[in-house]
Design a protein around this ligand. Structure first.
Ligand code: CTP
Length: 402
């Protein structure tokens, strides 16, 4: 049975922690309640004690033996949930202040943490609170966004504790996540590049970046530390992703090469331009000046080929192959040429998949020549299959959430 520490901080929504506790028990979790001093002004510890069957830990200096017992339980717990989480406790977590039991516990916990904030709308919107939440999200703390509605202070707006069912669902989802890529550093490139001709004209391609962004998010969900090098796109990267934005193939090359050394797995999903104008005009080219214009193009660096040359033992390299014909044949040439471990070949000849679409049809070909073909799928599914394939190749076994 999974053990969850339910931290309750002091606000009017504290009474809802009893409902959350019950719903968590219904999911077969064992609950260990922790209350801050101010939470006890809103809800008696006896309530949570009777419901959970465990004494409530409240102060750092409570009688010694049960406190030690609870610390032991904390270390062996599977998840820390704080619901409701006040602006104060979020600030303490964000800045590592440990002046009561709950904040001290957070600092000593290595398990996933979920917080469900509840506070007045102005406190919620305050830049200090929003900054603290950002810090926590960067640290992989899951924030269950508060709802909007009538607040205890009489105002209307965001800040209401999320529905207990939603909080419990977030806990279930976090515990279900396969954290198979924990400790791995993953580099993903995505999107097109833009090669400027003059201040208004450029050469680019139809890549939307969706495939690369989805692959990066999936790796992050699996616990990897992900850096996304992105060409110009309209996409919002997932919360917590480290994003390096680039424009040209030259910038893409520099950013990817710089991160390569410290990466364990690299997925080049970007559509890097193969050619760039030999010369970028500083002023707009005027049509009056000539009847004809020839644009001379130069080959750009093949980033992936360069990575293949630099690859050291233990690094895993994945490329994409965008083809409109002889898909497998061309992909097989690229896998050898660029010294790849895996290539994802996709057919770009249909409008309903590939470029600018939410769907894709791919074939995986590994360095041993094994092929795996998939039907048309959502890019989410492609990303999941890709990481499963990579994990299989690297013999990463699913591990329980620690
Ligand atoms: N790629 C790269 N640098 C380039 C061009 C491509 O790193 N200058 C990478 C892409 O990110 C992709 C793989 O190489 O992972 C294959 O790209 P693709 O456009 O399919 O093929 P190319 O190698 O460019 O060859 P061609 O255009 O002739 O098919």
């Amino acid at each position: 049975m999974k053990k969850i520490i339910l931290g309750v901080s002091g606000c009017i929504a504290a009474y809802k922690s009893a409902v959350i506790l019950r719903l968590l028990q219904a999911q077969d979790f064992e609950i260990f309640p922790v209350m801050t001093q101010s939470a006890q002004k809103f809800l008696t510890p006896l309530t949570l004690e009777k419901l959970s069957g465990h004494s409530v830990i409240a102060g750092l200096f409570q009688e010694r033996s049960p406190a030690i017992e609870h610390i032991e339980v904390a270390r062996r717990s599977d998840l820390l949930l704080v619901a409701p989480a006040t602006a104060n406790i979020l600030a303490k977590f964000a800045h590592g202040i440990a002046d009561d039991f709950l904040s001290t516990l957070y600092l000593s916990t290595v398990t996933p943490t979920v917080v469900a904030p509840a506070m007045n709308v102005e406190m919620w919107r305050h830049p200090a609170t929003q900054h603290n939440l950002e810090l926590l999200r960067d640290r992989d703390v899951l924030v269950v966004e508060p709802g909007s509605g009538y607040l205890a202070c009489g105002e209307v707006g965001e800040g209401r504790l999320a529905e207990p069912e939603e909080v419990v669902q977030a806990v279930v989802d976090v515990l279900k996540r396969p954290r198979t890529l924990r400790g791995m550093r993953v580099l993903v490139s995505a999107g097109p590049t833009i090669e400027d001709i003059d201040p208004v004209r450029y050469i680019s391609n139809r890549s939307s970046g969706k495939m690369g962004y989805t692959i990066a998010r999936e790796a992050q969900d699996r616990g990897a530390q992900v850096r996304l090098v992105s060409g110009p796109t309209h996409l919002e990267p997932a919360e917590g992703l480290e994003v390096v934005r680039v424009r040209s193939s030259k910038e893409m090359t520099a950013a990817v090469l710089e991160s390569f050394e410290s990466s364990d797995i690299v997925v080049m999903a970007a559509a890097v331009s193969d050619f760039s104008p030999e010369y970028t005009f500083e002023e707009k080219i005027k049509k009056a000046e000539s009847k004809e214009e020839t644009l001379r193009l130069r080959r750009t660096t093949d980033v992936l080929e360069e990575l293949g040359r630099r690859k050291r033992k233990g690094q895993y390299l994945v490329g994409f192959s965008a083809e409109s014909e002889k898909i497998r044949e061309h992909a097989r040439i690229k896998i050898g040429q660029k010294r790849l471990d895996l290539i994802v070949a996709n057919d770009i000849s249909h409008d309903d998949r590939g470029f600018q679409s939410d769907r894709n049809q791919v074939v995986f070909i590994d360095s041993a020549g094994n092929e795996e073909e998939f039907p048309v799928q959502s890019k989410d599914e492609v990303a999941r299959n890709l990481w499963e394939k990579i994990e299989g190749e690297l013999s990463i076994r699913p591990v329980a959430v620690a």
